[in-house]
Design a protein around this ligand. Structure first.
Ligand SMILES: [Zn+2]
Length: 495
């Protein structure tokens, strides 16, 4: 790499004064975004489900050179999307070497650098920033101070340099000045105290600010982006009006619109590629896990204001695979194939992510979690088996049959025990599983059917995971969701 190392060299390089003098961060992002739009393809690779909703609005905000805010519930990839903005920054930008606020060599704003330019002229030393260096992030909390965010007068600095306390040379810079020529992201903006919001607004609007009563001029070049919970943001008095006015675009984020989209995000984020084992996560297991988040988002026992993060299915998937791994290691099995019982075993990865309303609190997180899993199982089961006659299987239990399927039982062992249940194994074709598949795969699919029947209360299951006859129900609700065999409504094939 032979980047110019002095101001003199810089002038003769592609980083010319003409190009850099007026190229502010927002211009730079706009230019690079334009190039991306011309090139076609995704603007923010890895952000799933926002292609037609959030991303076009973010693009418009950037083209408009707006400061903008993402409004959304937790776990909607807000921080991730803000971080992805760094992909719109130049690969390198030059700044005055040693400057705490990365001054533009052609237009330094700090006193130190202005003095240095005057003293050294074209011999002024130049350093470079990469996009990763240029993203500053702060989680707003009520105890953030002006000193944290903007800066403080440093009496020691003043004494050592023989400066007046009011001199710019005595300022110890806070986060915002250090984000000069960068993207500055503040998460949960409404948690910032009113006084700090005023300071922020002054910097954005006027380029000056008072620190301990001393006016300090700081015409910073910062792309400000924010995130907030929508209810907090719109609540009266949480955000001072002039600051709200300076935020050019308000963009709403959302949870995945479909289970398929949720699965795509979870598959991308969850840690699943582990060494040692051949892993096969059946599609219905993924659908049930994702379905838990969907069911939770509509459940009135769960707080709507805080939402249900996409991190729920992500952590749950990781825990489900771990439980299956544990079984495979213990049973010396060849393949790791998660089962529905592994989802129940993953409750610790679920309960912590649910903010319960009063009614939920009364029942307890564990109970609510189990209910959600059961709801998700019932829905997923219907996707595959709606219209399939399971009477034969149910009858086997009604006639006194019992089978225990613990989450630690090895596949070979369970498969043997499953064989007497007539009509069960043939039905697995609906999830794409046949008698030639590995025992681990067959057992997982068969257990899904049993769990589905249990979720619909057609068979019973006790705490030791013994499936048995259900409590007798009145005749009319005997077959709530099935007809005699096909015509089978087109469910897409497995795979
Ligand atoms: Zn400087």
């Amino acid at each position: 790499m032979s980047f110019p190392r002095t101001l003199g060299e810089l002038r003769q390089s592609p980083f010319s004064e003409q190009r850099l003098q007026t190229r502010r961060v927002k211009d730079e992002m706009r230019d690079n975004l334009m190039d991306k739009l011309r090139a076609g393809g995704p603007i923010f690779p890895g952000i799933v489900g926002y292609e037609d909703t959030v991303i076009p609005q973010v693009v418009n905000a950037l083209l408009s050179r707006h400061n903008f805010i993402l409004l959304g519930l937790r776990g909607q990839a807000k921080s991730r999307l803000l971080r992805a903005l760094t992909t719109l920054l130049d690969p390198q930008i030059p700044y005055v070497a040693g400057c705490e606020i990365h001054d533009n060599p052609y237009a330094p704003i700090c006193r130190r650098c202005r003095d240095l330019v005057a003293e050294r002229g074209d011999k002024l030393e130049i350093a470079y920033l990469t996009p990763e260096d240029r993203f500053v992030e702060k989680l707003a909390t009520p105890d953030v101070t002006i000193a944290d965010l903007i800066g403080d007068i440093d009496p020691i600095k003043a004494a050592r340099g023989g400066h007046q306390l009011s001199s710019e040379m005595t300022v110890h810079y806070g986060l915002l000045p250090r984000a000069n020529r960068c993207i500055f992201a503040i998460n949960e903006l409404p948690d910032l105290a009113g006084k700090i919001q005023v300071g922020l607004f002054n910097i954005m609007q006027e380029g000056d600010v008072q620190i301990k009563g001393y006016p300090i001029r700081l015409p910073l070049d910062v792309a400000m982006v924010f995130s907030a919970n929508p209810e907090d943001y719109t609540a009266r008095g949480k955000i001072i009006t002039p600051l709200k006015d300076r935020i050019g675009s308000e963009i709403r984020t959302h949870y995945p619109a479909t289970v398929e989209e949720g699965i795509a995000i979870t598959a991308q984020e969850a840690w699943t590629q582990r060494d040692g084992f051949k892993l096969h996560v059946p599609k219905y297991v993924q659908e049930v896990i994702e379905g838990i988040a969907f069911a939770a988002r509509e459940d009135k026992k769960i707080d709507k204001r805080s939402g249900v993060s996409q991190r729920l299915p992500i952590s749950c998937t990781e825990n489900v695979i771990s439980n299956a791994e544990r079984r495979a290691v213990r049973g010396k099995e060849q393949m790791v194939v998660p089962r529905i019982s592994d989802i129940y075993a993953a409750l610790p990865a679920i309960t912590g992510k649910l903010e319960l309303e009063y009614e939920g609190e009364m029942k307890g997180a564990d109970h609510v979690g189990r209910e959600l899993i059961r709801t998700a199982i019932a829905r997923t089961y219907d996707e595959y088996f709606s219209g399939v006659n399971m009477q034969q299987v149910v009858q086997w239990f009604d006639l006194g049959g019992e089978i225990q399927v613990t989450d630690s039982a090895s596949a070979a062992e369970v498969l043997k025990a499953l064989h007497p249940i007539q009509g069960l194994v043939e039905k697995l074709v609906k999830v794409g599983v046949g008698p030639k598949d590995a025992p681990e795969v067959q057992v997982s699919a068969a257990e899904f059917v049993l769990e589905g029947l249990h979720a619909h209360k057609r068979i019973g299951r006790n705490e030791e995971r013994v499936f048995r006859a259900g409590e007798k129900q009145p005749k009319h609700s005997d077959k709530p969701f099935e007809r005699e065999e096909p015509p089978f409504r087109g469910r897409r094939p497995y795979n």
